[in-house]
Ligand binder design. Structure first.
Ligand code: PMV
Length: 328
């Protein structure tokens, strides 16, 4: 009997220039290009097995049946892979998530990157990395960047079929080592998903036009800074881009506010550390947690000082990490 089974591992990524807004909801085509660092922490390992004898799809998350909502996202994604392969076999998907989802860190990027790679390999699709990126994008936009390690750009593309909307690597994880501290702040879980938050912003925020007018320039500046390893130049554009993304959501109807008081505490603390002469910057995705960027030489001092804030629960120290790997 032919075994149609494969296992892949993907790391999550943190956006430096954000993807915010879709121009096509079904194909997950973005309104703007974006840029991220794949991290060496927080991964998802996924095994996909297709078999003629399975009469339905099953999704196990950390060895337990996943919720209907999570399972349906995975099953809809499997439909796309089955379509591509021209088969209609059911599958068992088993994911081990090393991203602390309960702690509010996003897992969709590593989740769909690992799922795309494992499902395509299980069905012997022989996709190259660009094609896996295009496939992963259709599970969660940010997942198309986790296919690669290091510093990664996702070009939005202009085609309607999305074939020119995929990620590529700017620098590998070995090329430039910086430190990314993932800061978990106290407070409630987020109530609005990134999917809903960006949709509402595109449809209702008067500030969204300003985002679109300026984000490609932010991206160019960030790329230049990365290619010339200019940390401070990168930090300034990254921080401003994150604040600008959150400003577009504050203008949505109803407004979307992801920040908790702990988020503000970290923002102020980073600004204070900068005044003391340490080059340190922050960025925030669609949630309350903050990612802090600094140079490896300042990592320990920044880590210790963040832990003194009463609203900071935990700090995870990360560095640039690898793209997809296949496991036996
Ligand atoms: O692809 P999603 O649905 O995980 O959305 C990602 C949105 C942000 O994290 C806020 C920005 C980004 O580019 O990752």
């Amino acid at each position: 009997m032919i075994i149609m089974k494969a296992t892949a591992k993907a790391n999550t990524n943190i956006a430096l220039i954000k993807y915010w807004g879709k121009r096509d909801e079904t194909l997950f085509l973005p309104m703007n290009s974006s840029l991220s660092i794949t991290l060496d922490h927080f991964n998802t390992i996924t095994t996909v097995e297709f078999c003629k004898s399975f009469d339905k799809d099953i999704f196990l998350l950390n060895n337990l049946p996943a919720s209907d909502k999570e399972s349906n996202k995975v099953f809809r994604f499997l439909d796309k892979v089955r379509n591509l392969a021209g088969v209609n076999l059911h599958a068992v998907v088993s994911s081990e998530n090393k991203v602390p989802t309960a702690a509010g860190f996003a897992s969709s990027a590593s989740g769909f990157a690992a799922l795309a790679a494992a499902a395509a390999k299980a069905l012997d699709l022989e996709l190259n990395t660009k094609e896996i990126s295009i496939l992963a994008r259709q599970g969660s936009g940010s997942a198309c960047r986790s296919v690669y390690g290091g510093y990664v750009e996702w070009k939005k593309g202009i085609q309607e079929d999305g074939k020119d909307s995929f990620a590529s690597q700017l620098l590998s994880e070995q090329d430039w080592k910086i430190s990314i501290l993932s800061v978990l702040v106290a407070g409630e879980q987020k109530k609005v998903s990134s999917r809903e938050g960006m949709k509402r912003t595109v449809e209702t925020s008067p500030f969204y036009a300003g985002w679109l007018q300026t984000v490609e320039k932010d991206l160019e500046d960030a790329k230049e800074a990365i290619m010339s390893r200019e940390f401070e130049k990168l930090g300034h554009v990254v921080e401003a881009n994150a604040l600008k993304m959150h400003a577009t959501m504050l203008g949505a109807k109803p407004p979307v506010l992801y920040w908790q008081s702990g988020t503000m505490d970290v923002i102020h603390h980073i600004q204070y550390l900068r005044l003391t002469g340490i080059p340190v910057f922050f960025t925030i995705d669609a949630g309350s947690n903050v990612k802090v960027l600094c140079l490896p030489k300042d990592e320990a001092i920044v880590y210790e000082s963040l832990l003194t804030l009463p609203t900071v629960q935990k700090v995870f120290i990360c560095h640039p990490g690898s793209g997809i790997t296949y496991l036996e």
